[in-house]
Write a protein that binds this ligand. Sequence first.
Ligand code: LLP
Length: 441
Amino acid sequence: MTEAFHYKGGELFCESVPVAAIARKVGTPVYIYSQNHFVRQVQAIKDAFRDVQPMVCYAVKANSNLGLLRALALAGAGFDTVSRGEIYRALRAGAEPGKIVFAGVGKQEHEIEYALEQGILMFNVESESELELIAKVAARLKADAPIALRINPDVDPQTHKYISTGKSENKFGIDLARAEQCLGRIRELKHLRLRGVHIHIGSQILKNDRHGEAIDRVLPFIERCRKMDFPLEYLNVGGGYGIAYDVGQGVDIAEFARVMLPKIKQSGLKMLSEPGRFISGNGGVMLTQVVHVKKSAEKDFLIVDAAMNDLIRPTIYQAFHKIWPARHPGLADGGVMGADSPLTDTNLGKDAQVYDVVGPVCESGDYFALGRKLPRMEQGELVAVFSAGAYGATMASNYNTRGRAAEVIVNGSEYWVARDRETVEDMIRGERLTPREVFKA
Ligand code: LLP
């Protein structure tokens, strides 16, 4: 199958649209998404786990653009959310409330109330304190609150420490001993309905046995719930499946499934999974333009019009993102991340150059790549930062009073602006030059 992002005749395409055409129309920086990639990835998970017919709840935080959520909802996906705002987005996009799960260590009363009123599938409960609060709100609304206990299985996902969530030192989930104690309390709290067990051990997990180990740790707990006559229905195995950030990397989801399936079957529960990055990551690029080429005594800098406020992953996780010019005459045809990718050092051409690719923001941490070997580039050229469909636009900010980038969705040979570029007026909305009302101490 052709990758969503591929080179043909030396031009970068998203599906059947040359990305340069989008830049001409919409400007840069711009996020460009392949709708079909998102939908295909959901299907890939369903196929890999078809023996247990999983419910796939896309993790909205990875990329919450309404147009994409709508395409996913139409494709039958559910949604994993972590705030009232994300639940609202999912519903606006046409999600079925009965396919929405709600996680997060700091759920507030108003969020719990909203989620109950909407009739979501379940809350993934992360502490005893949260159990009490959900029970209180449910009692007030005279409603039943469906819950899953999020277990912290103390498994090392072997990923960057900021995105590890399954170890005992992490703030997420409830350890097994405490979870056991929670069962008695859930019994007492009349409005709680225990429907599932949840685990999510981290993100960008490349080793295919980590999820399996986490499931192993919770199987005895599931047995215990059964013995106590809790009518459990779901085992939510979380998300976290890694993707390719460089040529030829990435995971084979079928390999994850091979390890996980026997254990899921052993649990006797329905499988739910909540991947974000796997669905969205390689469905997006951030396209930016070279503003200046700058030489110093030591280095060559490509200064581009995108910055850390648009894509912060390199800055905070030292994340690697593949970068390449959108036009490269003479480059062989091929998908960007696959084994046949033309984006290799051998295809750099004789004009290869080592660059720091940086943004205009006033911080030395504002970079996309350091010491990167690339084809020689000139002012005005378009540069693609790949694997930017996950945790790109959703982590963007207005730092340096830079408006957030436009977002474009491509579907076959058509594309549309799914989020306008933010204007200065958008950015200062809500601020005042003078007080509207003055309060006295
Ligand atoms: N479920 C829960 C409860 C989560 O906390 C997360 C992600 C997911 C599912 C989805 O994980 P995924 O399948 O996308 O790995 N900003 C970081 C990633 C943070 C992940 C937070 N939780 C990054 O840019 O790498």
